[in-house]
Design a protein around this ligand. Structure first.
Ligand SMILES: Nc1nc(=O)c2c([nH]1)NC[C@@H]1CN(c3ccc(C(=O)N[C@@H](CCC(=O)O)C(=O)O)cc3)C=[N+]21
Length: 279
């Protein structure tokens, strides 16, 4: 059986190369510099790393990155005020509020306050609804990345059994919707699922989005399965047990170097899209 390692760095490079030209055109012909505002609340070191990576990726492409770092003890109101200011700032095209925020803050309320035309990270319920109905401009970035990888490698979801493990608002739910829109038969599993290995045994495509390191085992999967690992556990460990899943798979994303870099590329792409929409 031919085996493909789905190379997220390669996919990501191709996307970013195309974006560089669009950024140049925006600057030279329209005097618009695309700008992404990132909001980080508190001091979680891995969140700091991800936000720094996003900012650096922007700057490398000539996208302006406005980094806002708020202290862990702010209240929901202060966060809403910050988002309101960015909503009203015409020089800002996209807003990313890094998840998770400290638990005393109402994260859902904050996400909902992001203006839809700046919701490049696909976190609002309007954005999710549009994604689910199939006309959304900016699906959440990790779900968008997963679909981008499938398209890049010519892997069709049509008629396939796709099993998504996880149902979070910016990952499991929207990726289930995107796969459904491409005519997969989608099953979404979660902590109440009775027999996960039994459900997985019929999967042609598996998306792991649980947040448990190396949880999905190759013994649960059928031969030839396509495995997309959206896990980002501490130490760059995915949600699938790579070695055993690799044995069964016809195609698999590694961690690192799989879904992660493409997630950042989709964020960049959506920011450039939003800047173009603003002309
Ligand atoms: N509002 C919001 N939107 C997000 O999209 C979002 C979020 N919150 N919170 C956290 C998760 C996590 N996430 C990652 C993005 C890139 C890598 C990534 O590029 N990882 C590299 C390795 C990381 C490294 O080199 O340290 C890789 O997989 O190759 C990982 C994780 C986005 N998230």
């Amino acid at each position: 059986m031919e085996k493909v390692i789905l190379d997220g760095k390669q996919v990501s490079q191709d996307i970013r190369k195309k974006l560089a030209d669009r950024v140049e055109t925006l600057k030279n012909e329209y005097e618009i510099t695309p700008c992404l505002a990132t909001i980080l609340v508190g001091e979680d070191p891995s969140s700091e790393t991800y936000v720094r990576m996003k900012g650096n990726a922007c700057e490398k492409l000539g996208i302006k990155s406005e980094k806002i770092h708020l202290s862990a003890d702010i209240d929901t109101e202060e966060l809403l005020n910050t988002i309101e200011r960015l909503n009203n700032d015409a020089s800002v095209h996209g807003i990313l509020l890094q998840h998770p925020v400290p638990s005393h803050i109402d994260e859902r309320k904050a996400f909902e306050s992001i203006a839809i035309e700046k919701d490049v990270d696909g976190v609002t319920s309007t954005g999710y609804g549009q994604t689910a109905f199939g006309f959304g401009k900016y699906p959440s970035c990790t779900p968008a990345a997963i679909m981008e990888i499938l398209h890049y490698y010519g892997i069709s979801a049509e008629g396939k059994n796709a099993v998504v493990v996880g149902r979070s608002p910016i990952l499991g739910k929207p990726v289930s919707a995107l796969l459904l829109n491409e005519n997969a038969t989608v099953t979404t599993c979660h902590s109440h699922t009775k027999d996960l290995p039994a459900v997985l045994s019929s999967a042609d495509i598996v998306v792991a989005a649980i947040g448990k390191p190396q949880y999905i085992r190759g013994e649960w999967l059928k031969e030839g399965v396509v495995v997309l690992d959206a896990g980002y556990n501490k130490g760059n460990i995915g949600d699938v047990d790579y070695d055993s899943c690799y044995q069964q798979a016809s195609a698999i994303t590694p961690v690192p170097g799989g879904v992660g870099p493409v997630t950042i590329s989709m964020l960049l792409k959506h920011t450039v899209d939003a800047a173009e929409e603003s002309k």
